[in-house]
Design a protein around this ligand. Structure first.
Ligand SMILES: CC(C)(COP(=O)(O)OP(=O)(O)OC[C@H]1O[C@@H](n2cnc3c(N)ncnc32)[C@H](O)[C@@H]1OP(=O)(O)O)[C@@H](O)C(=O)NCCC(=O)NCCS
Length: 181
């Protein structure tokens, strides 16, 4: 993973030293359930997740530049191709942020950096992003980043007692991205 830098953030690979920081926000019930996973019960669970991030190599740790503290994550995941865009190279972006840092624009800043890297350096054709119907904060991030609404699907959240939710899916093509700025 290439380290990405913004005005206030460093987006970099996860390390085992980040377990405490992950647990600090992943234990909060406002975080995981909005993204499809349960709050972490203990640090051991956070350690397993950090290990899975390291293995997958597609999730950035969001580090506050001048504090060296990890306050969230942004993933750029490979996905199975959605028919609408046929054979094009597609990815999905996902993110979470420590609630103490909500309302400061950090996620929008980080996602914009990932979009720039994905479109301009990796030459990805289409990036997807989605939010559950009740997740207004995530909806605003998606809109601020320029994604366009595509479709809604019903999802069963296996990690959250098979809760059923409506998931709104958005896409952004490289061409649309080029017209944004
Ligand atoms: C979704 C989530 C990441 C959004 O966090 P957020 O803090 O609202 O998003 P941003 O970091 O982009 O901050 C945007 C807010 O900061 C404000 N802001 C303050 N300073 C800013 C700055 N310098 N630049 C941009 N925005 C700024 C914006 O006006 C906006 O405020 P608003 O929400 O009142 O409109 C967060 O709520 C979260 O982690 N939720 C739980 C997990 C989750 O839902 N993940 C997504 C699953 S789809």
């Amino acid at each position: 993973m290439k380290v990405l830098e913004t005005t206030r953030l460093v987006l970099r690979p996860w390390t085992l030293e980040d377990v405490e920081d992950l647990y600090d926000y992943a234990k909060d019930p406002r975080v995981g359930p909005n993204a499809g996973w349960p709050p972490h019960k203990d640090k051991e669970m956070s350690k397993k997740i950090v290990e899975s991030f390291i293995k997958a190599g597609d999730v950035y740790a969001i580090e506050l530049k001048f504090h060296h503290k990890v306050i969230g994550s942004i993933g750029l995941h490979e996905i199975s191709k959605k028919d609408e865009f046929g054979v094009m190279e597609q990815r999905e972006v996902g993110y979470v942020l420590h609630p103490e840092y909500w309302g400061m624009g950090y996620i929008t800043e980080g996602v914009k950096a990932v979009l720039s890297y994905a479109f301009e350096v990796l030459h990805i054709d289409v990036i997807w992003c989605s939010h559950f119907e009740f997740n207004e904060r995530s909806k605003h991030v998606i809109e601020r980043c320029g994604f366009k609404y595509s479709f809604t699907e019903n999802k069963r959240l296996n990690l959250l007692e098979k809760q059923e939710v409506k998931c709104l899916c958005y896409s952004l093509t490289r061409g649309e991205y080029a017209l944004l700025s």
